[in-house]
Design a protein around this ligand. Sequence first.
Ligand code: CA
Length: 228
Amino acid sequence: MSKVLIVEDEETLARNLADKLRGEGFAVTTAGDGEEGLEKLRGEHPDLIILDIMLPKLDGLSLCRLIRRDAGMAHIPIIMLTARGTEVDKIVGLESGADDYVVKPFGLGEFLARVRAVMRRAPGRPAMQDELVSDDLRLSLTGRRLFKNDTEAKLSNKEFDLLVELMRNRGVVLSRDLLLTKVWGYDYYVDKRTVDVHIRWLREKIEDDPSTPKRIVTVRGVGYRFEG
Ligand code: CA
């Protein structure tokens, strides 16, 4: 299992990123400031570092340069999180050694795409699974595209995330609450019926006959299960 260290002092953001990465199968450790980050780096030997720039005690750019000068850590890929345009200039201009950066505020989908791209480039690292396949359905995680019989079926972002969650847990009943939390997030209040509505839309796109669904099965009173 690949390990990720997130160094970020915004707790909510750190928690959201950690949840998302755990959902992708990473083992995640977090640190709330630069010094703690350095300490955990030495203890955990992560495969990837997510590094915020504005951090208490030791800022992200200094930490990044420190990592790149350390023979034991120099190879670890780094994705920097940055808030402002001027910080972007610093990342690029000062050749801090970051592999990539994401400008806040960013979507979790964009973030994951960067993570996957950086992990793919990193030498000797286990590749992340890029496709989920079930019969004639093929879902590309990197491209965020769904193909049915090699024809693309257009999904909205939420439909896509929902289908990923279901396909990753095929054969397992997922409750509406769990799906709400995983797909819409902790901070987002939506009615449970939202899940039902999105399931209905998904069925229209992936079921041969949406009126008698064979793929996304309703488990009455509990939730939904992906068969395949
Ligand atoms: Ca910060």
